[in-house]
Unconditional design. Structure first.
Length: 356
C-alpha cells in the first residue's frame, strides 16, 4: 500500500478527521485520565490472599491486562498468575484458584464458558466488564463479584479502564504490593506528560517518524522478559489499528532460535525491528541486547526505552507508545484505526452456530 504523505500537523489532523469517525485518537488521548480513575477508585473489596493462584480469563483487548499482570507478578508477586485465552478452563484448575474474568462487552463467548464452568465447580469469580452477560451471571451468583467499566469504546482502546481496574483489584486483594499514594500520583502525572509528547497533534513527531520508516517493511518486535506481554500487545495493536502483520519475540529466548534466521542475509532485507527495553532487565539481557545490535547493525532497529520508576510504569509507557504508533501507521496507510471488519464477520458467522 502506497505511503500517504502527511508532512505537517494540518495534514495529519485532516487525515484523522477523514479516517477516524469512531475517535480512536480521542480515546487514546484520554488514556491517562481513564487509568487514574480506574486505579484509584474504591472497588469495595478487602485483602484476601488465601488462594493458590489467580487465573485471568480474557482475549483480545480484554485479555492484554491479564498478560501484563503475569509479567508483573513474576517480578514482585507472591502467587502464580496465569493468563488463559481459550474456552473453558485448564484441566488443572481447581476452586482454590481465584478466577478473574475480563470481557469489556461482557459477552465474549470464550470467557463466559470459563466463568460458567468455574461457578459450576464451586470457584470464586471476579468479573470486569461494561455490562453484558458477564454482569448478569455474576450478579446472580453468591460466589462472585462484578466490577463495572464505562461502556462505549473499542476494548483495545480501554486499556486504562481495564488494566487500571485489574491492578486496583490486585492491590486491594494484597496480591501485588501497592504503590505508595505519592508515587502513584507522580507516575500518573508522567503518563499525562507522555501522552502529550506522543500525541500526533502537538507532540514531538516521534511516532509519525517511526511509522514512516516502518511503512512497507516486515515488522519484528523484540522485548525483554518483563515487557513480553507489552510487546505482544504492540503486535496486536499493529494488527487491529494498522492492519499490519508483525511478529513478536522475547529475549533471551530468541537467542536460542530466532537469531539463526537473522544470520541469513536475505532475512535482513526489507525489515524493521522494534526493540522494547527497560531499566529492570537482567544485566545479562543487557549484554545480549548489545550483541544483537552489533550483529544486526545493517538492520534498522528502533530502541524503545520504556522509562519509569517501576515495572508498572514501564509497561504502561510501552503500551501507550504502542497505541500511538499503531494509529500513526494506520493513518499513513489510509486505514480507519477502529475498523475490524474480519473480526465482525467472524462473530456474525459464529452467532449462527449454537454452542453446545
Amino acid at each position: 500500500m502506497e505511503l500517504i504523505r502527511l508532512n505537517d500537523e494540518t495534514q495529519i489532523a485532516k487525515q484523522i478527521e477523514l479516517l477516524d469517525p469512531s475517535d480512536m485518537v480521542g480515546w487514546t488521548r484520554r488514556f491517562p485520565e481513564a487509568l487514574r480513575t480506574a486505579i484509584t477508585r474504591d472497588i469495595g473489596i478487602e485483602t484476601d490472599q488465601d488462594w493458590s493462584g489467580v487465573l485471568f480469563l480474557g482475549v483480545g483487548g480484554s485479555g492484554a491486562g491479564g498478560m501484563m499482570l503475569c509479567n508483573m507478578v513474576d517480578h514482585e508477586g507472591g502467587l502464580p498468575f496465569i493468563s488463559w485465552k481459550d474456552y473453558g478452563l485448564p484441566s488443572w484448575w481447581g476452586p482454590e484458584w481465584l478466577v478473574v474474568a475480563t470481557s469489556y462487552s461482557g459477552n465474549t463467548e470464550e470467557t463466559l464458558t470459563g466463568v460458567r464452568e468455574a461457578l459450576e465447580e464451586g470457584g470464586t469469580v471476579i468479573g470486569i466488564s461494561s455490562g453484558g452477560a458477564l454482569e448478569e451471571i455474576l450478579e446472580a451468583h453468591d460466589g462472585a463479584m462484578w466490577i463495572d467499566l464505562p461502556a462505549g469504546q473499542p476494548p483495545r482502546s480501554a486499556l486504562g479502564h481495564i488494566f487500571g481496574s485489574q491492578v486496583n483489584l490486585c492491590w486491594s486483594l494484597g496480591l501485588l504490593p501497592k504503590m505508595e499514594e505519592e508515587d502513584l500520583d507522580v507516575m500518573l502525572a508522567r503518563m499525562e506528560s507522555l501522552r502529550d509528547r506522543l500525541d500526533l497533534i502537538g507532540g514531538d513527531g516521534s511516532m509519525m517518524g517511526i511509522a514512516r520508516e516502518l511503512h512497507g517493511k516486515r515488522l519484528q518486535i523484540m522485548s525483554t522478559p518483563g515487557l513480553g506481554a507489552m510487546g505482544y500487545r504492540c503486535r496486536t495493536q499493529l494488527n487491529e489499528n494498522s492492519g499490519l502483520l508483525a511478529t513478536a519475540s522475547i529475549l533471551p529466548e530468541l537467542h536460542h532460535n530466532e537469531i539463526v534466521a537473522w544470520g541469513e542475509e536475505d532475512m535482513q532485507d526489507d525489515v524493521q525491528i522494534l526493540l522494547f527495553v527497560w531499566n529492570g532487565m537482567h544485566e545479562r539481557v543487557g549484554l545480549r541486547i548489545e550483541w544483537t545490535l552489533d550483529t544486526l547493525q545493517d538492520v534498522p532497529i528502533h530502541i524503545l526505552d520504556c522509562m519509569g520508576e517501576s515495572h508498572l510504569e514501564a509497561i504502561l509507557f510501552g503500551a501507550h507508545l504502542s497505541d500511538w504508533l499503531s494509529i500513526a501507521c494506520a493513518l499513513l496507510r489510509g486505514k480507519d484505526p477502529t475498523g475490524i471488519g474480519p473480526i465482525n464477520n467472524l462473530k456474525s458467522h459464529l452467532s449462527n452456530i449454537p454452542m453446545d
